[in-house]
Design a protein around this ligand. Sequence first.
Ligand SMILES: Nc1ncnc2c1ncn2[C@@H]1O[C@H](COP(=O)(O)OP(=O)(O)OP(=O)(O)O)[C@@H](O)[C@H]1O
Length: 773
Amino acid sequence: MISGGVGKRATLVERGGNPPAVKSAGPQARNAVVHGRSASSQIGGKSTAGGFSKSTGSRPNSSLGLSRGGGPPPQVKRPISAQSDRQEREGTTSAGSGGSEVVSTMSKRKGKPQRESFNLRWHCVNGNFLAWDLKGRLEDTENAIDMMRSMMVQERTESNNIKEQLEDHKLKGRNDSLFVPTPLPACVEVLQLGGVAYQLETMRVTLETKYTQSQFELDVCQRKASELERLLDDERRERRQERDDALRRLRDETDDIRRKLRDEVEAHIKSNREAMETLARKARNELEDERSTRQREVQELKTQAAMEIQKLESEMGGSTREIRGLRSELEATMSELERERALTSNLRGNLSEQSSVALTLESSSRALRARVELLESDGQSQAQVFLDLEERLRQALEDTTIAKEKLRAEESLRRKLHNQVQELKGNIRVFCRVRPTLPAEADGGAEMRFPDTDKEGKDIEIVGAAEKSALGNVTTKAYPFSFDKVFGPSAQNGHVFEEISQLVQSALDGYNVCIFCYGQTGSGKTYTMSSPDGMIPKAVHQIYQTASELKEKGWEYTMEGSFVEVYNENINDLLGQADDFDKKKHEIRHDPKECKTTITDINTVVLDNPSRVEAILSRASKTRSVAATKANERSSRSHSVFILKMIGFNSVTGERSEGTLNLVDLAGSERLSHSGATGERLKETQNINRSLSCLGDVIAALGNGKEGAHIPYRNSKLTYLLQYSLGGNSKCLMFVMVSPMQAHLSETLTSLKFATKVNNTSIGTAKRQKVSL
Ligand SMILES: Nc1ncnc2c1ncn2[C@@H]1O[C@H](COP(=O)(O)OP(=O)(O)OP(=O)(O)O)[C@@H](O)[C@H]1O
């Protein structure tokens, strides 16, 4: 028992006097107090009475503000960043293991009176804790309180144990005093224990007081903490609000700036785009202009090339053909001209003879006059000589007059012979002209043959469309036609005019001449008649030139031109006002005695200069184009008649001649069934067809040749207008114009058939001419 008691005592002394050594009361130990749930290890770190009141010194700025000394802990600045704060807490946690070690050491000190005073004080300097660590601090404070609570329980348990031991000792001592006297040292120990128990009791009371005080301080701190938290929340709210305001302002400003920038950028982009669009448009326009210019140039070049080719072809192939044709024609007329030439040369010989006689006489007269002067004295004889000379002079002058008369007679003879040649050729002739394919029509040409190009150039063969027989054989039909002359696509206007120039001469000689262009729309009628080198300008130029030459032979000519159209059986003046078209009535008047025709109220232009004809043509074309707004394509839908009147007078012979040249561009000869016309167009087409058919009837009636037979001139305005130019003494030429296109083949065949009928007709004087031959 004693050994056991000694053993126990030894243990108590050991626990009470020498607490387990703790190397340092540094931050680890302190943190263990704060954070460890059994953080009493450091309490036993020093056995000195003021162990905890003394500052450890190594980390005076403990985050918890705990101090082992009695005084307030030095006011510390908390680490500003949450990182350092966390680090600090982490450091504390790591120290916690050391703390648990100490606690376990403490728990071994059973029954040892707790001598160290735990002077835990919570200091809050003027109640100001740094706000953001408040929670941590509260937590630490609660930990400390828990720790104190467990210490108090421990102390109470230890105190109870000591009391029990004391009671045991007392009981044992009483028993021992009954049987065995109690040894003195044991009594001392009991007394000591009693003192210890007292001390412990005192400590417990002190601790409880401190606990209560701490509790109070904790409450105060909690209140302040909640107050601070509220302040903190307010502050936070304010800051948040400020921040939100600032953010909102910033956002607004940013939005404003962004909006402005966007507006600026958009304006910039818009202006750039507009500039680019303008540039692009400009570039496009320039490009378009350039392209159209180039296209025009290419077109012109193509046309030129085509013309050149045609020209070359006509020069190469056509010229030989023409020469041969001309040669045969020339040969035919050679003998007649030979006669004329012989006559002319005879007359010229006579004239030169008479001229030389006149000259001789003149010189003789001069010589005689000289002699007269010399022989003045011998009046009688001289007077006789003078009379002789005068007689010879008169004789010479008479011879000259006779020669001149012979010349005039020769001109009349030439006219007569010319007329006879024309009549020999027939008073109605038909020429066929095929226009070339235009650049736009390169692909649709029909097959046309000109079998006698190298000879007389009178035949044309149209090859029809391919036809499939019932047996499946494909055949093409050829339609041959023959006319007075056939001009192929390569023939130029100049070449065509050469063929008709003799007819123009006839008009100048006082005959009525009529030249028609007949054919479907687009076959080249207007091109042949009215183009700058067409038949009308060429005829006028030739007439003017010949009239000038005839002045030597005593002829003076006046020429006047008028230009009318026959549209829907009405006559319009192409040299008048377009507004008067189809309103103003023009009547055709005939003078049967003079075989003259006049139209009322039309403009007539005196052609005193050959250039006047161009002015007439352009005026007529303009008037027509203005009128075309009322009835489309007027030129195709009406007949135009250029009337050139030539009145000649020979002041020497007193001869008079009056001829009329009618150049007629007929309306398109489309068949009604093909045109598909309705309304106004139907009326036009009907009128055109009626007048063309009347023309055919008149020619046919003239061809019948019965004297006094009825000729239906009155059946149409056109034939009525041309009454004195179609029959009798007149000469007539019809051009049948042919389009080279496959699509127009059927119209072409119709036109050629009509022209063949006309060609087979012979009018009036042609018959008489045959008789005279
Ligand atoms: N011999 C030719 N050489 C070159 N081009 C021609 C020739 N003949 C006609 N043309 C062209 O063919 C087109 C039609 O000719 P044009 O106007 O003379 O026909 P048209 O028969 O008078 O037609 P419309 O009856 O409609 O007046 C025109 O562009 C003309 O320049």
